[in-house]
Ligand binder design. Sequence first.
Ligand code: ZN
Ligand code: ZN
Length: 153
Amino acid sequence: MPFVEQLHRARLKVTGPRLKVLQAFEDHAEQHLGVEDVHKSMQTPKERASLATVYRALNQLTSAGILRRHVFALGHPVYEIETGEEHHHLVCVTCLRVDAYQDELLKETVDERRRKVASTSGYAIARHELTLYGQCPRCRTPAKKPGRATVGL
Ligand SMILES: [Zn+2]
Ligand SMILES: [Zn+2]
């Protein structure tokens, strides 16, 4: 669905910052972006969006259900376009990169365990997340310098 239509459906006004934030997700190969990534991709020689503007747009789009926000154990928020599909995440503790992963066998196992937990706990379980932390292939290659210091968990 085009972004303009998504904003209309969410009853949000179509504003420059909102469109540019959504465009940032379309322009990046990665699905999961931090505030800094979005901010960086919104800068043009002609226009500089403030960090406050980026935060505001991200919050509004998240409240409207167009974006999904995650705060992994590393503490910084990561956003992705809300597709309604469940997937799990791999998080690099060195460069803070986030990747999605799907594994059918894992999904079946988790779905089965989830039903079990639901029946023993009495909870109606709406969703679940499974996050694996480690080092991404880039950070594991010693020739390349890691982007940031490793975060201790
Ligand atoms: Zn990494
Ligand atoms: Zn994701």
